[in-house]
Every structure is written in C-alpha cells, then in structure tokens.
Design a protein around this ligand. Structure first.
Ligand code: GAP
Length: 457
C-alpha cells in the first residue's frame, strides 16, 4: 500500500466525518480506546445495516440457489484443526531485541526495527486466532476459539442444509457475521481491525465447473459494488501469486478498491476445490458427500467462495461517496450515497419553529418514519440544516413553509443537485418512494411543480 492515493480523499477527512457525525467511535473510548476495535454510532449502525441488507437481498432474497445461515461464533475446536487454521493461520513475526516491538516480517523492507533501528530476531509463527475457555475451568481441554472467518459454519452445516432444503448442485449458503483476528499490523481506521464482520458465500458446485462459476462470481461481485455506486475505475481484480495463496485455495482473486492509502483488498474470491468438505469429513468421521441424481454417483462438491468484509465495504463506500463543493458561497461536504444505503432517507425541516408550522411538520415526520429512517430538524437556518443532511448523505429534505399551511404543499430538495420540486402532501409519500427508487426529480406527481430559483424555501 502507498501513503496516499493520488486524487483520493484523505483518510483524515473520513475519520473526522465519522467521529463528528456519529458514524464510528473508538471502542471503549472513555478508557482510552482498545486498539483496532471500533464502535458504530447511530448513523454508522444504519449504514452498516443497509450494506448487509443490500448484500442479503442480492445474494439470498433475489436468488433461488442460495440460502442463508447464522452459525454460532464458537465452534467445536476440532473445526480449526480440520480447517488448517490451528497450524496454518499464522503470521511470521520478528521481534526487536531492543524495544521488543513485533513486526510482520513480510511488511519489513530492511533488516532492522523500523521504530528504533534495533536488531531483529529470526521470524517466528504467531497464530491469529483469539483463544478463550468454555466452562468454569481454564485448562487446555476447554479451549475454544473466536472464529477467524464465518466460512467454517457453512461447511460443517453442508449436509444439514442439503437434507432440509433439498437444494441440488449448484447452490450456495450465505452468512453474515462477526469474525475475530489478533492482527499484528492494524491501522488505516476500520480497514484492518481485530473484530470485524464478514459477508461470505460458499457456493457448492460440481467438480469440473470450477472455472465457469469462478468467473461468474468475479463478475457478479464487481457488479454489486458498482450497482451500489462505487466507481468502476476505483475497483480492480488482482490474482494471487502462488506464494500468497491461502492453504485451502487453488485460485484466488482479490477485488481491490483504491482506498486513500492505495489499492487494497475489499473482497476475496477463491476456488477452494474440495479441501473443506474432505477435511471436515475426515476429522468428524461423517460423510459430507453428495449424491448426484444425474450420474448416480457420490461426489464431493467443489466450492467457490466470494468473501467480503462489511467494514471494508463501509469504508470504501464512504471514501467513494465523499465530496466537497461550493453551495451559496460556502464549502459544502456531501456524501453521494446510494439511497438504499443512506442512513437517513428523508429529513423534515419546518422553515420556522412557529407552532402552526411545527404541527404540520411533526405530523408529516410521524407519517414518513413509518416508511423510512427519517430526521426532524428545526435548529438554525435552513441552509445550515441542508448542509447537515448533505454531510450524512440524506438524499431528500422535505421543507414545510408558511405557504404549506395554505396550499397543503411542501418542497422536496434533492441532495446532489440541490434542486427542488413542490408537491401536495397527499402525493408526498408516493413521490418520495419513486425518487428513492431512482426516478428523476423533475418527473412530477399530479399537482406538482418545479420550485423555481428565488422561491426556494
Ligand atoms: N473465508 C475466507 C476469508 O476469510 P479473507 O481474505 O481472510 O478470506 C475475507 O477475508 C474478507 O474479510 C476480506 O476481503 C476483508 O474484506 C475482510 N477482512 C479480513 N480481515 C479483516 C480485518 N482484520 N479487518 C477488517 N476486515 C477484514
């Protein structure tokens, strides 16, 4: 990774926006924080939820060849022997003999400690899994691990899913959930944390169809990010070299995003072959094969795995959506978030706090929040309030003014263009629904008009 990708927003601005507006806080901040753990605030939790919902919709709801799962985080310890994580999920670390800081040896360019220049030890393997104990006695027999990936829950449930859903190959299992890694090099905000969320698909296929499905998923997954508004030129596909391939993978490509610090992995797509089912069958002694009705043969399916990170998608979306322009002579910060992802879909802004106006605005707000996450804001000038909503990516603001009391109409203001239309209150919900689904602002409902410059509330 490089220091700062040219033409990209710098990370400081994203961190500052997240802090200022309540997207993300350092974990347990009042105690000084906990390294590489983060708390998602009121707006962050909405954006994160929307990302997960968009993914679930695309991979489970809208397909009939993938089903969902929510496996437990703690799994039988044998899982991690079978998966290879106990032996293989490790980073080679060197320690400075002088200041005792540890470094990943593949991160170092020279032979000395980057911090104090001291002499380094020979590399030693350090397992990235968090260990804990199950039950009251802290002894080796009771050791369990916090899962470092959600994938294993899907492999061990393969037979359960086949038996209960009667799915035939090719089909997939999808899961969203927390994963934990005792990462050595952290940093770049939420890019590499010790507790994070994954959105993973394990797609089971007939051996021999690997290439076709691998290519299918590469295209499908890139398109998902583009559909959510990430610029295509900020994404690239990068094949893994032989040396960096994980122990389970035959082929792997990263979908990289051009983050402020340079190109880095957003999602990995791997052909895991039959590694996982063979390993779990062998360690558990339970058959994990599949009866192919066409050939009347028992086979071990191969697996194509698109594995994405919720937090990295969150960061990529913010970096991509961040923009600054000039509005009414002042700098405006705005997030061009896709309406499906925006934490708040609509804000209701009464032009003044006068009782008559407030009553209408509050009634509207109560009505709109039945459908969407909405905000009500009556503090400070209308310009300031628009800026506040732009900064958090709210696609539409509804302004209630004195004329509304006479004509039962309100204005809808669009975030990106700052253009406004005026619609009847009776048509408001239907109009907002259409605009949130992508209809052009100037397609007017019955009784609607374009709000002209100067008339603007
Ligand atoms: N099951 C395969 C697997 O876990 P991975 O490439 O190690 O593959 C998949 O992880 C995705 O999980 C990554 O592309 C990234 O988005 C996310 N991820 C992995 N480690 C992470 C970390 N420490 N912090 C945040 N996200 C992480």
């Amino acid at each position: 990774m490089t220091e700062q990708a040219p033409g990209k927003v710098d990370m400081e601005k994203i961190v500052s926006l997240c802090r200022r507006r309540g997207f993300i806080f350092p974990s347990s901040e009042i105690y000084g924080g906990l390294s590489s753990c983060w708390d998602y605030g009121p707006l962050g939790v909405e954006l994160k939820q929307n990302i997960k919902q968009a993914w679930w919709r695309a991979v489970v709801q809208e397909r009939d060849d993938i089903v969902g799962l929510d496996a437990s985080i703690l799994m039988h310890p044998q899982t991690w022997t079978a998966s290879g994580h106990l032996q293989g999920f490790a980073d080679a670390l060197v320690e400075c003999k002088n200041c005792h800081l540890r470094w990943r040896s593949d991160d170092l360019t020279g032979n000395n400690c980057p911090s104090c220049g001291g002499e380094l030890t020979e590399p030693r393997l350090f397992n990235l899994m968090f260990k804990t104990f199950m039950g009251p006695v802290e002894e080796m027999a009771n050791v369990v691990y916090l899962r470092p990936e959600t994938a294993q829950g899907m492999f061990v449930n393969f037979q359960n899913v086949v038996n209960t859903t009667r799915k035939r190959l090719p089909f997939g299992i999808a899961q969203i959930g927390k994963a934990f890694r005792n990462e050595i090099t952290t940093g770049n905000f939420i890019f590499r944390s010790r507790e994070f969320e994954q959105m993973e698909i394990e797609f089971f296929i007939k051996p021999g169809t690997d290439e076709e499905w691998f290519n299918y998923w590469l295209e499908e997954r890139v398109n998902w990010y583009v559909k959510l508004g990430i610029k295509r030129e900020s994404l690239r596909l990068r094949p893994h070299t032989k040396e960096e391939l994980a122990h389970y993978a035959r082929v792997c490509y990263d979908i990289d995003y051009l983050f402020p610090m340079g190109w880095a992995e957003l999602e990995g797509i791997a052909n895991r072959g039959d590694f996982d089912l063979v390993q779990h069958a062998s360690f558990s002694g339970k058959s994990l094969d599949y009866f192919d009705e066409e050939t009347k043969e028992h086979i071990i399916p191969h697996i194509i795995e698109p594995s994405a990170g919720v937090d990295r998608t969150f960061l990529a979306l913010l970096c991509d959506a961040y923009d600054e322009d000039i509005a009414e002579g002042e700098k405006r910060v705005l997030l061009h978030l896709h309406p499906d992802l925006a934490p708040i879909k609509v804000a209701v802004l009464p032009l003044s706090r006068r009782e008559k106006l407030a009553a209408v605005a509050k009634e509207l707000y109560a009505d709109l929040r039945q459908c969407w996450m909405a905000n009500y804001d009556d503090a400070q000038s209308i310009g300031r309030r628009y800026r506040r909503q732009d900064e958090i990516g709210t696609p539409f603001c509804v302004t209630v003014d004195f004329q509304s009391l006479e004509d039962n109409q309100v204005t809808i203001r669009e975030r990106d263009s700052m253009k406004q239309i005026r619609v009847t209150i009776a048509e408001l919900k239907k109009t907002l629904q259409a605009k949130l689904e992508g209809e052009d602002l100037f397609v007017l409902p019955p009784g609607g008009s374009i709000w002209k410059e100067g008339e603007s509330s």
